[in-house]
Design a protein around this ligand. Structure first.
Ligand code: KG4
Ligand code: ZN
Length: 339
């Protein structure tokens, strides 16, 4: 059978990425131009700055992705692109690039949900056995997705307010860390102990699979501010225990909700994706608590936003014939169907 090559684009947030995937699972290149340094001084992603960077980077990323894969445009089978969710201006750059490339080379265009990408990153490292459950935790999203069979995604639970990564980044600001702070808090947490007993929100049976992290963020900020008013500087004097206590609360909630999800929707594989899945505390708990299910944790380079994961999800859509025409538009609030 003829080899199939997908050229994929991901520009939903602050990484400009282009990848080439061969036959659904063989990642030949995955170029990621990160803009994180441009957003650091603002403490978060500035949409206009992100769009401008995507425009500047995208052409070079395409050339590099094809070069590294050792193929030319005429070898390609299809072009894939993230259609949402994400920042509208940022998404549009990737979509315009993908549409133009597809039109110029007469290739089919595959629209991809960014969250399906995070989930299908798992297929690049292992075989997903269905039904599968996914815990997707990033800076913008925290959700549980049940995948009954390949490509059939159903969101069964999510955060009502802040995403877990967002809480990390906001708490990191109070701790005086640079954005994004998840990795640094994770490292600090490993040197400290859970001494502050932060709240674990929405843990009653009635709360089901819903999550919330904004109360935890407020509890953290209040603790630090109240201590300051009493002359105590917890950030200066007890940073490691603060980090460990915050992380323990986040991880407890994520693990408990994942266990509940698996009780309600038995699955053969648990996929953990999104930037926060790099978290060592979460990985340790998954290793100790999820022993009777196959767990796929993509390596760190595939956990953050990258076009390789978009190509992996696109290859499923291509098999199903889910293509778009040149009227494809950005869908900033794109969601999986709820149950
Ligand atoms: O998936 P991602 O690269 O971008 C999107 O949000 O789509 O995720 C980025 C998020 C940031 O909030 C960052 O602080 C968090 O992932 N993060 C971590 C760790 N590494 C990155 N959070 C906790 N522990 C980590 N080790
Ligand atoms: Zn993401």
């Amino acid at each position: 059978m003829k080899d199939k090559y997908i050229l994929a684009f991901e520009t939903s947030c602050d990484e400009t990425s282009v990848a080439v995937l061969k036959n659904g699972t063989e990642l030949l290149s995955n170029i990621i131009a990160s803009q994180v340094n441009s957003h650091k001084r603002f403490g978060g992603v500035v949409p206009e700055v992100a769009s401008r960077h995507h425009v500047e980077q995208i052409t070079a990323c395409i050339d590099e992705a094809l070069d590294e894969a050792g193929i030319v445009a005429s070898d390609l089978t299809a072009v894939a692109v993230t259609e949402g969710p994400g920042l509208v201006g940022a998404l549009l750059i990737g979509i315009m690039a993908a549409k133009t490339f597809a039109w110029a080379h007469k290739l089919p265009l595959i629209p991809v949900n960014h969250m399906a990408g995070h989930l299908m990153a798992a297929a690049l490292v292992d075989t997903i056995e269905y039904p599968a459950m996914a815990l997707l935790v990033s800076g913008g999203h925290t959700e549980l997705v049940y995948v009954e069979s390949e490509g059939n995604y159903k969101k069964i639970g999510e955060t009502r307010d802040d995403a877990a990564g967002e809480a990390y980044d906001k708490v990191g600001r109070v701790m005086g860390l640079t954005y994004p702070s998840g990795k640094e808090i994770d490292e600090l947490a490993h040197k400290g102990k859970d001494t502050y007993a932060f709240p674990r929100a929405m843990m009653t049976a009635a709360d089901g699979l819903e999550m919330s992290f904004s109360g935890l963020k407020s509890a953290f900020i209040n603790l630090v501010h109240n201590a300051k008013q009493q002359g105590k500087d917890l950030v200066a004097d007890d940073l490691e225990n603060l980090a460990a206590s915050f992380q323990a609360a986040v991880v407890d909630v994520l693990i408990e909700k994942t266990k509940r999800a698996l009780e309600q929707y038995p699955a053969k594989t648990l996929i953990v994706g999104g930037g926060v899945s790099a978290n060592q505390g979460l990985r340790e708990r998954l290793a100790t608590d999820m022993t009777d299910i196959k767990v796929i944790l993509p390596p760190l380079r595939l956990c953050g936003d990258n076009a390789g994961m978009i190509a992996a999800a696109a290859s499923v859509e291509m098999e199903k014939g889910n293509l778009a025409d040149l009227s494809l538009n950005a869908r900033p609030s794109l969601v999986f169907r709820d149950m």
